[in-house]
Design a protein around this ligand. Structure first.
Ligand code: HEM
Length: 410
């Protein structure tokens, strides 16, 4: 395939799994166009993606390694990508800058530190179930995403970072807008950039005035004590990353698991009978329907030849987790089917290598708490949607359902 026949990635992400299968049929690394026409390369299989992520000649720093970065201003329809590559935090840095920024946050999310959060996760879960009870008491349909999957990780991350109640709604709206790739208009991109400054700027101002026992206060202290370790800009964007990544992804993990189980009642019955563990459910959902379907962007530092395809130095690479998780050469012909007996603990859906997810223990703990609690409280929980009726969130980055209508009591 020549680079002139780039495949346009669906900005709405309407059927990410089918799209990744189509791309895979075109080759191991396919030239694609992101919304607005941004050129990139998409690896389409597990081994190829893993090799590229682990290749030290693949960077995440657009300022140093993306040949088109200086030209974004000439293309207003590309400006949405600045919400991902124009922000300076650990997700968009390389080498020593990455190590410095990661070290400021990662120690707070180790397995041990996460375990200390369990009591709060359980308490929030219990409160939400009581509220859900009230909402669905008369047998009416409840959106279990809005009423349960969303508020748990949102409340938890807001507590960890000391986000006050009056900023939570705006924070939720900002992260949803950042994930929404269906409108690459310059107006939308400008709105997102302004909101980043306003919402996170207000959070920082609030925490300076009202310091607390929370991670935002800790980061502000680092900035104030030593600007070489964390600049003003890095503080703002680190908060954006960790708060955003800290809830939106886990919301979709919980939601995707609920839908997978409701669509596969035989597997739900096996879980209830103790023949399939909740851990297996969570890992299989992560593999087959990863909350981050693909992530912009990585960059080739030198020419990289992989599986017979050369990605020229300075070109952008999309990190394609959904394609890897659904790759038949790794997971067999039924790769795209949800099968919690598979025990696929090798998925890449939390990343791998130096950028691997720092929040994986928290995400797993939240899902492993929320899911059993929901299905135990409601033994007759039933879908209030028909097959193929649910709609994906408008994003090629996030994989999750817009709403998940259920009946709590059958
Ligand atoms: C189901 C839930 C989650 C999924 C699927 C997920 C997925 C990912 C993936 C794929 C990466 C690697 C990015 C890369 O290599 O380019 C990553 C990195 C990251 N995640 Fe998560 N994540 C989840 C939950 C969380 C939570 C709860 C937090 C917050 C505590 C978090 C914070 C981060 C951060 C800060 C990074 C950047 C690490 C770095 O670049 O060094 N994530 N996540």
């Amino acid at each position: 395939m020549t680079v002139s026949t780039r495949v346009a990635i669906d900005p709405f992400g309407a059927d990410i799994i089918a799209e990744s299968a189509r791309l895979r049929s075109l080759g191991p690394v396919v030239p694609v166009e992101l919304p607005g026409g941004i050129p990139a390369w998409a690896p389409t299989g597990y081994d190829t993606l893993k090799a590229l992520i682990l290749n030290p000649e693949v960077s995440k720093d657009p300022r140093r390694h993306w040949s088109l970065f200086p030209k974004i201003g000439e293309h207003p329809e590309w400006s949405w990508i600045m919400g991902w590559v124009g922000v300076i935090n650990m997700l968009s840095t390389y080498g020593s800058d990455h190590t410095r920024l990661r070290k400021l946050v990662a120690p707070s999310f180790t397995a041990r530190r996460t375990e200390a959060m369990r009591d709060r996760v359980e308490a929030i879960t219990a409160e939400l179930l009581d509220q859900l009870d009230a909402a669905g008491a008369d047998g009416s349909v409840v959106d279990v995403k809005a009423a349960y999957a969303h508020p748990l990780p949102m409340q938890m991350i807001c507590e960890l970072f000391g986000v006050p109640g009056h900023l939570r709604e705006d924070t939720g709206r900002l992260i949803a807008a950042l994930m929404d790739t269906s409108d690459p208009s310059p107006e939308q991109a400008t709105w997102v950039q302004e909101q980043i400054g306003t919402v996170l700027g207000s959070l920082i101002a609030h925490k300076v005035e009202n310091p607390g026992d929370d991670m935002a206060t800790e980061l502000i202290k680092v900035r104030d004590e030593d600007g070489d370790r964390l600049s003003d800009e890095e503080l703002l964007y680190t908060l954006l990353l960790v708060i955003g990544a800290g809830f939106e992804t886990t919301v979709n993990l919980i939601g995707n698991a609920v839908v997978a189980l409701l669509e596969h009642p035989e597997q739900l019955a096996a879980v209830r009978a103790g023949d399939i563990s909740w851990e297996q459910v969570v890992e299989e959902v992560l593999r087959v329907r990863p909350s981050i379907a693909s992530l912009p962007l990585r960059f080739a530092v030198t020419d990289i030849t992989i599986d017979g395809v050369t990605i020229p130095a300075g070109d952008a690479i999309l990190t394609t987790y959904a394609a890897a998780g659904n790759d038949p050469s790794r997971y067999g012909e039924e790769a795209a089917a949800f099968d919690a007996t598979r025990a696929a603990d090798d998925h890449l859906s939390f990343g791998i290598g130096v950028h691997r997810c720092i929040g994986a223990p928290l995400a797993r703990m939240e899902a492993m708490t929320a899911l059993p609690a929901l299905f135990e409280r409601y033994p007759d929980l039933a879908p209030a949607f028909k097959p193929d009726e649910l709609k994906q969130v408008p994003s090629f980055i996030a994989y999750g359902w817009q709403q998940i209508p259920v009946r709590l009591r059958g």
